[in-house]
Design a protein around this ligand. Sequence first.
Ligand SMILES: Nc1ncnc2c1ncn2[C@@H]1O[C@H](COP(=O)(O)OP(=O)(O)OP(=O)(O)O)[C@@H](O)[C@H]1O
Ligand SMILES: [Mg+2]
Length: 483
Amino acid sequence: MIALTAAEIAAATGGVLRAGVDPALVVAGPVVVDSREVEPGGLFVALPGEHVDGHDYAAGAVAAGAALVLAARDVTGPEGQPLPTVVVPDVERALGDLAREVLVRLRAASLEPGAPGLRVVGITGSVGKTTTKDLLAQLCGSAGPTIAPVRSFNNEIGLPLTVLKADEATRFLVLEMGASGLGHLTYLTDIAPPDVAVVLVVGQAHLGGFGGIEAVARAKSEIVQGLVPDGVAVLNADDLRVMAMAELAPGDVVTFGASAGADVRARGVVVDRTGRARFMLEARDADGGTRAVPVELRLVGEHHVHNALAAAATGLAVGLSLDEVAAGLSAADALSPHRMHVVERPDGVTVVDDSYNANPDSMRAALKALAVLAGRDRRSIAVLGEMLELGDEHREAHDAIGRLVVRLNIGLTVVVGEGARAIRDGANHEGSWGDEVLLADDVEAAAQFLEGELRPGDVVLVKSSYGAGLWQLGDLLVGEVAR
Ligand SMILES: Nc1ncnc2c1ncn2[C@@H]1O[C@H](COP(=O)(O)OP(=O)(O)OP(=O)(O)O)[C@@H](O)[C@H]1O
Ligand SMILES: [Mg+2]
Protein backbone atom coordinates (compact mmCIF):
# COMPACT_ATOMS: atom_id res chain seq x y z
CA MET A 1 0.00 0.00 0.00
CA ILE A 2 1.10 3.59 -0.50
CA ALA A 3 2.49 4.90 2.75
CA LEU A 4 -0.22 6.15 5.10
CA THR A 5 -0.03 7.05 8.77
CA ALA A 6 -2.13 5.31 11.38
CA ALA A 7 -4.05 8.56 11.78
CA GLU A 8 -4.79 8.71 8.05
CA ILE A 9 -5.98 5.10 8.06
CA ALA A 10 -8.25 5.84 11.02
CA ALA A 11 -9.64 8.93 9.28
CA ALA A 12 -10.25 7.07 6.01
CA THR A 13 -12.11 4.24 7.73
CA GLY A 14 -13.98 6.23 10.35
CA GLY A 15 -12.11 4.22 12.96
CA VAL A 16 -10.61 4.96 16.33
CA LEU A 17 -6.91 4.64 17.04
CA ARG A 18 -6.37 2.65 20.18
CA ALA A 19 -4.45 4.31 23.01
CA GLY A 20 -0.75 3.85 22.68
CA VAL A 21 -0.66 3.83 18.89
CA ASP A 22 1.42 6.67 17.54
CA PRO A 23 -0.81 8.56 15.07
CA ALA A 24 2.28 9.22 12.97
CA LEU A 25 3.11 5.50 12.68
CA VAL A 26 3.68 4.85 8.98
CA VAL A 27 2.11 1.80 7.35
CA ALA A 28 3.73 1.10 3.99
CA GLY A 29 3.66 -2.69 3.69
CA PRO A 30 0.97 -4.77 2.00
CA VAL A 31 -2.61 -4.98 3.22
CA VAL A 32 -3.58 -8.59 3.90
CA VAL A 33 -6.52 -10.53 5.33
CA ASP A 34 -4.57 -13.75 5.79
CA SER A 35 -2.06 -13.61 8.64
CA ARG A 36 0.19 -16.05 6.76
CA GLU A 37 0.73 -13.37 4.12
CA VAL A 38 1.78 -10.62 6.52
CA GLU A 39 4.89 -8.69 5.60
CA PRO A 40 6.77 -6.32 7.87
CA GLY A 41 5.23 -2.86 8.09
CA GLY A 42 1.91 -3.93 6.59
CA LEU A 43 -1.72 -3.74 7.66
CA PHE A 44 -3.56 -6.83 8.85
CA VAL A 45 -7.32 -6.68 8.27
CA ALA A 46 -9.17 -8.87 10.79
CA LEU A 47 -12.21 -10.05 8.89
CA PRO A 48 -14.83 -12.15 10.55
CA GLY A 49 -15.01 -15.21 8.25
CA GLU A 50 -17.49 -18.04 7.92
CA HIS A 51 -15.22 -20.54 9.59
CA VAL A 52 -12.48 -18.48 11.18
CA ASP A 53 -12.38 -15.05 12.76
CA GLY A 54 -9.48 -12.87 11.68
CA HIS A 55 -9.40 -11.33 15.15
CA ASP A 56 -8.00 -14.61 16.45
CA TYR A 57 -5.00 -14.17 14.18
CA ALA A 58 -4.22 -10.55 14.98
CA ALA A 59 -1.56 -11.38 17.56
CA GLY A 60 0.18 -13.69 15.09
CA ALA A 61 0.00 -11.04 12.40
CA VAL A 62 1.66 -8.46 14.63
CA ALA A 63 4.29 -10.98 15.67
CA ALA A 64 4.98 -11.54 11.97
CA GLY A 65 5.58 -7.83 11.52
CA ALA A 66 2.22 -6.19 10.80
CA ALA A 67 2.50 -2.55 11.84
CA LEU A 68 -1.21 -2.10 12.43
CA VAL A 69 -4.45 -4.09 12.69
CA LEU A 70 -7.84 -3.06 11.34
CA ALA A 71 -10.39 -4.71 13.59
CA ALA A 72 -13.93 -4.54 14.92
CA ARG A 73 -12.79 -4.70 18.55
CA ASP A 74 -9.75 -4.45 20.74
CA VAL A 75 -7.29 -7.24 20.21
CA THR A 76 -4.49 -8.29 22.51
CA GLY A 77 -1.19 -10.09 22.30
CA PRO A 78 -0.16 -13.28 24.13
CA GLU A 79 0.55 -11.41 27.37
CA GLY A 80 -2.68 -9.50 27.19
CA GLN A 81 -0.96 -6.40 25.87
CA PRO A 82 -3.07 -4.24 23.51
CA LEU A 83 -2.08 -4.52 19.85
CA PRO A 84 -1.72 -1.45 17.60
CA THR A 85 -5.24 -1.28 16.24
CA VAL A 86 -7.70 0.92 14.41
CA VAL A 87 -11.14 -0.14 15.65
CA VAL A 88 -13.98 0.27 13.17
CA PRO A 89 -17.66 -0.69 13.29
CA ASP A 90 -17.52 -2.86 10.17
CA VAL A 91 -14.19 -4.21 8.99
CA GLU A 92 -15.31 -5.16 5.47
CA ARG A 93 -16.66 -1.66 4.86
CA ALA A 94 -13.54 -0.15 6.35
CA LEU A 95 -11.42 -2.14 3.90
CA GLY A 96 -13.50 -0.66 1.07
CA ASP A 97 -13.24 2.83 2.54
CA LEU A 98 -9.48 2.53 2.76
CA ALA A 99 -9.22 1.37 -0.86
CA ARG A 100 -11.44 4.27 -1.98
CA GLU A 101 -9.22 6.77 -0.16
CA VAL A 102 -6.04 5.28 -1.63
CA LEU A 103 -7.48 5.45 -5.13
CA VAL A 104 -8.54 9.09 -4.63
CA ARG A 105 -4.96 9.88 -3.63
CA LEU A 106 -3.50 7.95 -6.56
CA ARG A 107 -5.78 9.72 -9.01
CA ALA A 108 -4.75 13.09 -7.59
CA ALA A 109 -1.08 12.10 -7.83
CA SER A 110 -1.56 10.90 -11.41
CA LEU A 111 -2.62 14.40 -12.44
CA GLU A 112 0.68 15.89 -11.29
CA PRO A 113 2.96 16.99 -14.13
CA GLY A 114 5.25 14.16 -15.19
CA ALA A 115 3.10 11.44 -13.54
CA PRO A 116 2.46 8.35 -15.70
CA GLY A 117 -1.33 8.74 -15.56
CA LEU A 118 -3.65 6.10 -14.12
CA ARG A 119 -6.43 4.26 -15.93
CA VAL A 120 -8.87 2.13 -13.95
CA VAL A 121 -10.73 -0.63 -15.79
CA GLY A 122 -13.68 -2.58 -14.36
CA ILE A 123 -14.75 -5.83 -16.03
CA THR A 124 -18.06 -7.55 -15.39
CA GLY A 125 -20.29 -10.10 -17.11
CA SER A 126 -21.79 -13.48 -16.40
CA VAL A 127 -18.87 -15.36 -17.88
CA GLY A 128 -15.31 -14.65 -19.01
CA LYS A 129 -14.35 -11.96 -16.49
CA THR A 130 -11.20 -13.61 -15.20
CA THR A 131 -10.11 -14.64 -18.68
CA THR A 132 -10.62 -11.13 -20.04
CA LYS A 133 -8.94 -9.63 -16.99
CA ASP A 134 -5.93 -11.91 -17.49
CA LEU A 135 -5.73 -11.05 -21.20
CA LEU A 136 -6.03 -7.32 -20.58
CA ALA A 137 -3.53 -7.40 -17.73
CA GLN A 138 -1.03 -8.97 -20.11
CA LEU A 139 -1.74 -6.34 -22.80
CA CYS A 140 -1.44 -3.47 -20.34
CA GLY A 141 1.53 -5.06 -18.60
CA SER A 142 3.66 -4.70 -21.67
CA ALA A 143 2.78 -1.01 -21.93
CA GLY A 144 3.31 0.00 -18.31
CA PRO A 145 3.08 -1.00 -14.63
CA THR A 146 -0.19 -2.88 -14.20
CA ILE A 147 -2.05 -4.13 -11.16
CA ALA A 148 -4.67 -6.83 -11.58
CA PRO A 149 -6.26 -9.27 -9.16
CA VAL A 150 -4.89 -12.71 -8.55
CA ARG A 151 -7.22 -15.43 -9.76
CA SER A 152 -10.82 -14.29 -9.46
CA PHE A 153 -10.62 -11.69 -6.70
CA ASN A 154 -13.75 -9.81 -7.71
CA ASN A 155 -15.86 -9.19 -4.64
CA GLU A 156 -16.18 -6.76 -1.75
CA ILE A 157 -12.94 -8.12 -0.26
CA GLY A 158 -10.86 -9.10 -3.29
CA LEU A 159 -11.49 -5.85 -5.13
CA PRO A 160 -10.31 -3.48 -2.39
CA LEU A 161 -7.33 -5.74 -1.70
CA THR A 162 -6.39 -5.40 -5.37
CA VAL A 163 -6.83 -1.62 -5.36
CA LEU A 164 -4.61 -1.40 -2.30
CA LYS A 165 -1.74 -2.96 -4.26
CA ALA A 166 -1.60 0.02 -6.62
CA ASP A 167 0.93 2.77 -6.06
CA GLU A 168 2.15 5.97 -7.71
CA ALA A 169 3.90 4.00 -10.46
CA THR A 170 0.75 2.12 -11.49
CA ARG A 171 -0.53 3.04 -14.95
CA PHE A 172 -3.25 0.44 -15.34
CA LEU A 173 -5.48 -0.90 -12.59
CA VAL A 174 -7.47 -3.77 -14.07
CA LEU A 175 -10.32 -4.87 -11.80
CA GLU A 176 -12.66 -7.83 -12.05
CA MET A 177 -16.08 -6.97 -10.69
CA GLY A 178 -18.45 -9.78 -9.78
CA ALA A 179 -22.11 -9.49 -8.84
CA SER A 180 -24.50 -12.03 -7.48
CA GLY A 181 -27.23 -9.54 -6.69
CA LEU A 182 -28.46 -6.00 -7.23
CA GLY A 183 -26.30 -3.31 -5.67
CA HIS A 184 -23.14 -5.42 -5.64
CA LEU A 185 -21.48 -3.60 -8.54
CA THR A 186 -22.53 -0.22 -7.19
CA TYR A 187 -20.70 -1.11 -3.99
CA LEU A 188 -17.58 -1.93 -6.00
CA THR A 189 -17.69 1.05 -8.37
CA ASP A 190 -18.22 3.28 -5.37
CA ILE A 191 -14.82 2.10 -4.15
CA ALA A 192 -13.19 2.17 -7.59
CA PRO A 193 -15.11 4.17 -10.20
CA PRO A 194 -13.71 2.89 -13.50
CA ASP A 195 -12.45 5.03 -16.38
CA VAL A 196 -13.42 2.15 -18.63
CA ALA A 197 -16.21 -0.31 -17.80
CA VAL A 198 -16.53 -3.58 -19.72
CA VAL A 199 -19.71 -5.66 -19.85
CA LEU A 200 -19.05 -9.05 -21.41
CA VAL A 201 -22.40 -10.79 -21.43
CA VAL A 202 -25.64 -11.08 -19.53
CA GLY A 203 -25.99 -14.83 -19.20
CA GLN A 204 -27.32 -17.56 -17.03
CA ALA A 205 -24.58 -17.59 -14.42
CA HIS A 206 -25.56 -17.04 -10.79
CA LEU A 207 -29.20 -16.75 -11.95
CA GLY A 208 -30.48 -18.24 -8.71
CA GLY A 209 -29.32 -15.26 -6.67
CA PHE A 210 -30.99 -12.75 -8.97
CA GLY A 211 -34.38 -14.23 -9.81
CA GLY A 212 -34.33 -13.86 -13.58
CA ILE A 213 -32.17 -12.70 -16.43
CA GLU A 214 -33.60 -9.16 -16.57
CA ALA A 215 -32.49 -8.67 -12.98
CA VAL A 216 -29.04 -9.91 -14.01
CA ALA A 217 -29.01 -7.25 -16.74
CA ARG A 218 -30.01 -4.54 -14.27
CA ALA A 219 -27.32 -5.61 -11.87
CA LYS A 220 -24.63 -5.61 -14.57
CA SER A 221 -25.69 -2.17 -15.78
CA GLU A 222 -24.60 -0.74 -12.44
CA ILE A 223 -21.00 -0.83 -13.66
CA VAL A 224 -21.86 1.56 -16.50
CA GLN A 225 -23.63 3.88 -14.08
CA GLY A 226 -20.61 3.69 -11.82
CA LEU A 227 -18.19 5.06 -14.44
CA VAL A 228 -16.31 8.30 -13.81
CA PRO A 229 -18.14 11.24 -15.43
CA ASP A 230 -16.40 10.95 -18.81
CA GLY A 231 -15.78 7.22 -18.60
CA VAL A 232 -15.94 4.85 -21.55
CA ALA A 233 -18.38 1.91 -21.70
CA VAL A 234 -17.10 -1.13 -23.60
CA LEU A 235 -20.13 -3.19 -24.56
CA ASN A 236 -20.80 -6.53 -26.23
CA ALA A 237 -22.45 -5.72 -29.55
CA ASP A 238 -23.85 -9.26 -29.80
CA ASP A 239 -25.89 -9.11 -26.61
CA LEU A 240 -29.02 -6.97 -26.72
CA ARG A 241 -29.22 -6.69 -22.97
CA VAL A 242 -25.65 -5.41 -22.83
CA MET A 243 -26.18 -3.01 -25.73
CA ALA A 244 -29.19 -1.55 -23.94
CA MET A 245 -26.73 -0.25 -21.34
CA ALA A 246 -25.39 2.24 -23.89
CA GLU A 247 -28.25 4.50 -22.84
CA LEU A 248 -26.85 4.69 -19.34
CA ALA A 249 -23.30 5.49 -20.44
CA PRO A 250 -22.05 8.90 -19.34
CA GLY A 251 -19.59 9.22 -22.22
CA ASP A 252 -18.24 7.26 -25.17
CA VAL A 253 -19.43 3.76 -25.97
CA VAL A 254 -17.16 1.27 -27.73
CA THR A 255 -18.65 -2.00 -28.96
CA PHE A 256 -17.07 -5.38 -29.71
CA GLY A 257 -18.32 -8.65 -31.13
CA ALA A 258 -19.28 -10.46 -34.28
CA SER A 259 -22.04 -8.00 -35.19
CA ALA A 260 -21.37 -6.06 -38.36
CA GLY A 261 -21.64 -2.68 -36.66
CA ALA A 262 -19.23 -3.44 -33.83
CA ASP A 263 -16.27 -1.07 -33.42
CA VAL A 264 -13.90 -3.95 -32.67
CA ARG A 265 -14.51 -7.19 -34.56
CA ALA A 266 -13.01 -10.55 -35.45
CA ARG A 267 -13.03 -11.43 -39.13
CA GLY A 268 -12.39 -14.87 -40.61
CA VAL A 269 -12.22 -16.83 -37.36
CA VAL A 270 -10.54 -20.21 -37.86
CA VAL A 271 -10.13 -22.75 -35.06
CA ASP A 272 -7.23 -25.15 -35.52
CA ARG A 273 -6.99 -28.77 -34.40
CA THR A 274 -5.61 -27.73 -31.04
CA GLY A 275 -8.73 -25.66 -30.39
CA ARG A 276 -6.97 -22.32 -30.75
CA ALA A 277 -8.56 -19.53 -32.77
CA ARG A 278 -6.91 -17.15 -35.23
CA PHE A 279 -8.58 -14.21 -36.87
CA MET A 280 -8.17 -10.72 -38.25
CA LEU A 281 -8.71 -8.17 -35.50
CA GLU A 282 -10.50 -5.26 -37.08
CA ALA A 283 -10.99 -1.90 -35.39
CA ARG A 284 -12.39 1.40 -36.40
CA ASP A 285 -10.01 4.35 -36.54
CA ALA A 286 -10.84 7.70 -35.08
CA ASP A 287 -11.41 8.95 -38.65
CA GLY A 288 -13.99 6.26 -39.37
CA GLY A 289 -11.81 3.93 -41.45
CA THR A 290 -10.95 0.40 -40.35
CA ARG A 291 -7.68 -1.47 -39.96
CA ALA A 292 -7.17 -5.18 -39.49
CA VAL A 293 -4.24 -7.07 -37.99
CA PRO A 294 -3.78 -10.82 -37.49
CA VAL A 295 -4.18 -12.43 -34.08
CA GLU A 296 -3.46 -16.03 -33.06
CA LEU A 297 -4.75 -16.87 -29.62
CA ARG A 298 -2.95 -19.29 -27.35
CA LEU A 299 -6.08 -19.90 -25.27
CA VAL A 300 -8.08 -23.00 -26.12
CA GLY A 301 -11.70 -22.66 -27.22
CA GLU A 302 -13.43 -20.53 -29.81
CA HIS A 303 -15.35 -18.74 -27.07
CA HIS A 304 -12.17 -16.93 -26.11
CA VAL A 305 -12.40 -14.88 -29.29
CA HIS A 306 -15.12 -12.97 -27.52
CA ASN A 307 -12.96 -12.31 -24.47
CA ALA A 308 -10.07 -11.35 -26.70
CA LEU A 309 -12.23 -8.79 -28.50
CA ALA A 310 -13.33 -7.34 -25.17
CA ALA A 311 -9.71 -7.09 -24.06
CA ALA A 312 -8.77 -5.55 -27.41
CA ALA A 313 -11.52 -2.92 -27.29
CA THR A 314 -10.52 -2.05 -23.74
CA GLY A 315 -6.83 -1.97 -24.55
CA LEU A 316 -7.56 0.50 -27.34
CA ALA A 317 -9.75 2.54 -24.99
CA VAL A 318 -6.89 2.92 -22.50
CA GLY A 319 -4.55 4.09 -25.22
CA LEU A 320 -2.77 1.02 -26.59
CA SER A 321 -2.22 0.80 -30.32
CA LEU A 322 -3.89 -1.85 -32.48
CA ASP A 323 -0.50 -3.42 -33.16
CA GLU A 324 0.31 -3.57 -29.45
CA VAL A 325 -3.07 -5.14 -28.79
CA ALA A 326 -2.71 -7.76 -31.53
CA ALA A 327 0.82 -8.70 -30.48
CA GLY A 328 -0.24 -8.88 -26.83
CA LEU A 329 -3.24 -11.09 -27.52
CA SER A 330 -1.15 -13.49 -29.58
CA ALA A 331 1.36 -13.79 -26.76
CA ALA A 332 -1.10 -14.01 -23.86
CA ASP A 333 -1.62 -17.15 -21.81
CA ALA A 334 -4.40 -18.24 -19.47
CA LEU A 335 -2.98 -17.04 -16.17
CA SER A 336 -5.57 -18.41 -13.77
CA PRO A 337 -5.75 -22.13 -13.08
CA HIS A 338 -8.37 -24.67 -14.13
CA ARG A 339 -9.53 -22.71 -17.19
CA MET A 340 -9.27 -24.70 -20.41
CA HIS A 341 -5.92 -25.92 -19.18
CA VAL A 342 -4.80 -28.49 -21.75
CA VAL A 343 -2.27 -31.10 -20.68
CA GLU A 344 -0.80 -33.82 -22.87
CA ARG A 345 -0.05 -36.72 -20.58
CA PRO A 346 2.90 -39.02 -21.31
CA ASP A 347 0.45 -41.90 -21.78
CA GLY A 348 -1.15 -40.16 -24.78
CA VAL A 349 -4.26 -38.95 -22.97
CA THR A 350 -5.11 -35.26 -23.39
CA VAL A 351 -6.76 -33.65 -20.34
CA VAL A 352 -8.73 -30.41 -20.68
CA ASP A 353 -9.12 -29.10 -17.15
CA ASP A 354 -11.86 -26.47 -17.19
CA SER A 355 -13.04 -27.30 -13.74
CA TYR A 356 -12.77 -23.87 -12.15
CA ASN A 357 -16.41 -23.14 -12.74
CA ALA A 358 -19.37 -23.90 -14.92
CA ASN A 359 -22.62 -22.41 -16.10
CA PRO A 360 -24.67 -23.19 -19.22
CA ASP A 361 -22.67 -20.80 -21.44
CA SER A 362 -19.28 -22.07 -20.43
CA MET A 363 -20.42 -25.72 -20.47
CA ARG A 364 -21.51 -25.34 -24.07
CA ALA A 365 -18.28 -23.58 -25.01
CA ALA A 366 -16.10 -26.22 -23.34
CA LEU A 367 -18.00 -29.13 -24.91
CA LYS A 368 -17.61 -27.61 -28.36
CA ALA A 369 -13.89 -27.20 -27.75
CA LEU A 370 -13.72 -30.85 -26.64
CA ALA A 371 -15.37 -31.94 -29.88
CA VAL A 372 -12.87 -29.88 -31.89
CA LEU A 373 -9.86 -31.22 -30.00
CA ALA A 374 -10.92 -34.83 -30.39
CA GLY A 375 -11.73 -34.37 -34.07
CA ARG A 376 -12.69 -37.51 -35.94
CA ASP A 377 -9.90 -39.77 -34.81
CA ARG A 378 -9.84 -39.54 -31.05
CA ARG A 379 -12.37 -40.52 -28.40
CA SER A 380 -13.90 -37.55 -26.57
CA ILE A 381 -14.81 -37.99 -22.91
CA ALA A 382 -16.76 -35.36 -20.96
CA VAL A 383 -16.65 -35.61 -17.19
CA LEU A 384 -19.32 -33.21 -16.05
CA GLY A 385 -20.51 -32.16 -12.61
CA GLU A 386 -23.30 -29.97 -11.35
CA MET A 387 -23.76 -26.32 -12.37
CA LEU A 388 -24.73 -24.46 -9.21
CA GLU A 389 -26.72 -21.27 -8.58
CA LEU A 390 -29.21 -21.80 -11.40
CA GLY A 391 -32.36 -21.55 -9.28
CA ASP A 392 -35.50 -22.56 -11.17
CA GLU A 393 -33.50 -23.16 -14.35
CA HIS A 394 -31.48 -25.95 -12.75
CA ARG A 395 -33.17 -29.02 -14.25
CA GLU A 396 -33.72 -27.61 -17.69
CA ALA A 397 -30.17 -26.27 -17.97
CA HIS A 398 -28.66 -29.65 -17.07
CA ASP A 399 -31.04 -31.45 -19.40
CA ALA A 400 -29.97 -29.14 -22.25
CA ILE A 401 -26.31 -29.97 -21.64
CA GLY A 402 -27.16 -33.67 -21.85
CA ARG A 403 -28.80 -33.10 -25.22
CA LEU A 404 -25.82 -31.11 -26.46
CA VAL A 405 -23.45 -33.91 -25.49
CA VAL A 406 -25.35 -36.21 -27.84
CA ARG A 407 -25.51 -33.68 -30.66
CA LEU A 408 -21.78 -33.06 -30.45
CA ASN A 409 -21.26 -36.81 -30.61
CA ILE A 410 -19.17 -36.95 -27.43
CA GLY A 411 -17.86 -40.51 -27.12
CA LEU A 412 -18.38 -41.01 -23.42
CA THR A 413 -19.93 -38.78 -20.78
CA VAL A 414 -19.42 -39.33 -17.07
CA VAL A 415 -21.97 -37.37 -15.05
CA VAL A 416 -20.64 -36.86 -11.53
CA GLY A 417 -22.97 -36.53 -8.55
CA GLU A 418 -26.69 -36.72 -8.02
CA GLY A 419 -27.09 -32.96 -8.58
CA ALA A 420 -26.04 -33.36 -12.21
CA ARG A 421 -28.30 -36.33 -12.97
CA ALA A 422 -30.45 -34.32 -15.38
CA ILE A 423 -27.49 -34.22 -17.78
CA ARG A 424 -27.83 -37.98 -18.15
CA ASP A 425 -31.61 -37.73 -18.51
CA GLY A 426 -31.24 -35.11 -21.24
CA ALA A 427 -28.73 -37.27 -23.10
CA ASN A 428 -31.00 -40.29 -22.85
CA HIS A 429 -33.97 -38.33 -24.17
CA GLU A 430 -31.87 -37.10 -27.05
CA GLY A 431 -31.19 -40.70 -28.04
CA SER A 432 -27.95 -41.63 -26.35
CA TRP A 433 -27.29 -45.35 -25.90
CA GLY A 434 -27.10 -46.76 -22.40
CA ASP A 435 -23.35 -46.98 -22.01
CA GLU A 436 -22.42 -43.67 -23.61
CA VAL A 437 -23.51 -41.73 -20.55
CA LEU A 438 -22.75 -42.94 -17.05
CA LEU A 439 -23.55 -41.60 -13.62
CA ALA A 440 -20.77 -41.65 -10.98
CA ASP A 441 -21.77 -41.03 -7.37
CA ASP A 442 -18.93 -38.66 -6.58
CA VAL A 443 -15.49 -37.42 -7.60
CA GLU A 444 -13.83 -40.48 -6.10
CA ALA A 445 -16.02 -42.91 -8.00
CA ALA A 446 -15.43 -40.98 -11.21
CA ALA A 447 -11.67 -41.03 -10.63
CA GLN A 448 -11.71 -44.76 -10.04
CA PHE A 449 -13.76 -45.40 -13.14
CA LEU A 450 -11.56 -43.20 -15.33
CA GLU A 451 -8.40 -44.87 -14.10
CA GLY A 452 -9.52 -48.12 -15.65
CA GLU A 453 -11.16 -46.54 -18.67
CA LEU A 454 -8.70 -44.02 -20.14
CA ARG A 455 -6.53 -45.16 -23.01
CA PRO A 456 -3.98 -43.49 -25.28
CA GLY A 457 -5.57 -41.00 -27.65
CA ASP A 458 -8.50 -40.08 -25.39
CA VAL A 459 -9.35 -36.41 -24.89
CA VAL A 460 -10.97 -35.81 -21.49
CA LEU A 461 -12.77 -32.63 -20.45
CA VAL A 462 -13.40 -32.04 -16.73
CA LYS A 463 -15.94 -29.40 -15.81
CA SER A 464 -18.38 -28.38 -13.07
CA SER A 465 -19.11 -25.48 -10.80
CA TYR A 466 -16.36 -24.92 -8.26
CA GLY A 467 -18.59 -26.07 -5.41
CA ALA A 468 -19.20 -29.42 -7.11
CA GLY A 469 -15.51 -30.11 -6.66
CA LEU A 470 -14.42 -31.56 -10.00
CA TRP A 471 -11.28 -29.44 -9.82
CA GLN A 472 -9.96 -32.19 -7.56
CA LEU A 473 -10.45 -34.59 -10.43
CA GLY A 474 -8.79 -32.07 -12.76
CA ASP A 475 -5.74 -32.01 -10.49
CA LEU A 476 -5.72 -35.78 -10.26
CA LEU A 477 -5.92 -36.37 -14.00
CA VAL A 478 -3.36 -33.70 -14.73
CA GLY A 479 -1.14 -35.16 -12.02
CA GLU A 480 -0.70 -32.05 -9.93
CA VAL A 481 -1.75 -31.69 -6.34
CA ALA A 482 -2.39 -27.97 -6.11
CA ARG A 483 -1.79 -25.16 -8.48
N1 LIG B 1 -17.23 -15.96 -23.66
C1 LIG B 1 -17.36 -17.14 -23.07
N2 LIG B 1 -18.36 -17.99 -23.42
C2 LIG B 1 -18.48 -19.18 -22.83
N3 LIG B 1 -17.66 -19.64 -21.88
C3 LIG B 1 -16.66 -18.85 -21.48
C4 LIG B 1 -16.46 -17.56 -22.05
N4 LIG B 1 -15.38 -17.01 -21.46
C5 LIG B 1 -14.93 -17.90 -20.56
N5 LIG B 1 -15.67 -19.01 -20.55
C6 LIG B 1 -15.52 -20.19 -19.69
O1 LIG B 1 -16.20 -19.91 -18.47
C7 LIG B 1 -15.49 -20.41 -17.34
C8 LIG B 1 -15.17 -19.30 -16.39
O2 LIG B 1 -14.33 -18.35 -17.06
P1 LIG B 1 -13.80 -17.09 -16.25
O3 LIG B 1 -13.16 -17.58 -15.01
O4 LIG B 1 -13.01 -16.28 -17.19
O5 LIG B 1 -15.19 -16.39 -15.93
P2 LIG B 1 -15.62 -15.44 -14.71
O6 LIG B 1 -16.67 -14.56 -15.28
O7 LIG B 1 -14.43 -14.81 -14.12
O8 LIG B 1 -16.26 -16.45 -13.66
P3 LIG B 1 -16.60 -16.15 -12.08
O9 LIG B 1 -17.98 -15.55 -12.07
O10 LIG B 1 -16.55 -17.52 -11.49
O11 LIG B 1 -15.55 -15.24 -11.56
C9 LIG B 1 -14.28 -21.10 -17.92
O12 LIG B 1 -14.64 -22.44 -18.03
C10 LIG B 1 -14.09 -20.46 -19.29
O13 LIG B 1 -13.47 -21.32 -20.20
MG1 LIG C 1 -13.75 -14.75 -12.21
